[in-house]
Design a protein around this ligand. Sequence first.
Ligand SMILES: Nc1ncnc2c1ncn2[C@@H]1O[C@H](COP(=O)(O)OP(=O)(O)OP(=O)(O)O)[C@@H](O)[C@H]1O
Ligand SMILES: [Mg+2]
Length: 320
Amino acid sequence: MNDGYAVRAEGLEKRYGEKRALDGFDLAVRGGTVHGLLGPNGAGKTTAVRILSTLVRPAGGRATVAGLDVARQAREVRARIGLTGQYAAVDEVLTGRQNLEMFGRLFHLGGKRARERAVELLEQFDLTDAGDKGVDGYSGGMRRRLDLAASMILAPAVLFLDEPTTGLDPRSRGEVWESVRALVADGTTVLLTTQYLEEADKLASRITVIDQGRAIADDTPDGLKNLIGGDRIEVVVAERSEIPRVVKAVARVADGEPEADETELRVHAPVTDRVAALTDVARTLQDEGVRVEDIGLRRPSLDDVFLRLTGHRTEKEAAA
Ligand SMILES: Nc1ncnc2c1ncn2[C@@H]1O[C@H](COP(=O)(O)OP(=O)(O)OP(=O)(O)O)[C@@H](O)[C@H]1O
Ligand SMILES: [Mg+2]
């Protein structure tokens, strides 16, 4: 069951006590692409990655990576994959270069080849200047890139990235995204888990949404966003009597019916030409003397996707 897919999973099951971490999980990842696995805390993302990277055996179902069965051909699978865990594995005391040479020797490259590979990877992940500095002085983004580099020692066919940018500031996040794009341009297939719709949208050509151990959607980023109506313009007014005028102004630029929330004094609607829509509505309302408390564009979030697909909020959102 290879047929152009780098990763396939069918009906994967995994329990921890009473908890069904995976409950009939399906996945198909095309070779040479970034595939996003998007889901909230506890959805089963890491469990899926651990099974696909042969660290954990599934209780049911089956999966192949690079055409090889993860249960029966675990050793062959391991030779073809890289894994970057949710928590970085690099050694703080060593320099970036020493870390990469150490990983190279762990993978039996031999001293000379390990040194050469370290040089190549420092260059590829834009760490040459920082290569001889201790990792304890690296920024979060540099550390994640070093982690990516370490998982690329053997130039794997399939790379599993488990939440590679969680906890990073926007700039570092952007640096990691650049590195991932470069890997895929070189032919690596990437399965990327994330809690951020924006991240999956930026990097992935296809996204599987996971909730409670099951795939609940599998689509392109645009397909998912269309499902939830894409970007929205939102206007909050000071008084209820202003709402009809706002609805009219918003309707002129919206892609669909504006919705008005009378208690929150909020009008919102889907838009495609975001900035033009915002400018137009702001100008119209100002010309008409409408008292606007707030106006802005809102991008759909993982919570919006979830609410639409499952009818319930993610746990984090429900707690907030
Ligand atoms: N080793 C374990 N022992 C017991 N329960 C576990 C174990 N690993 C995972 N679980 C449970 O299985 C479920 C799925 O966990 P998993 O780590 O796969 O989720 P996740 O999508 O990676 O979440 P996060 O976004 O927080 O990393 C959770 O309810 C979790 O508590
Ligand atoms: Mg996880």
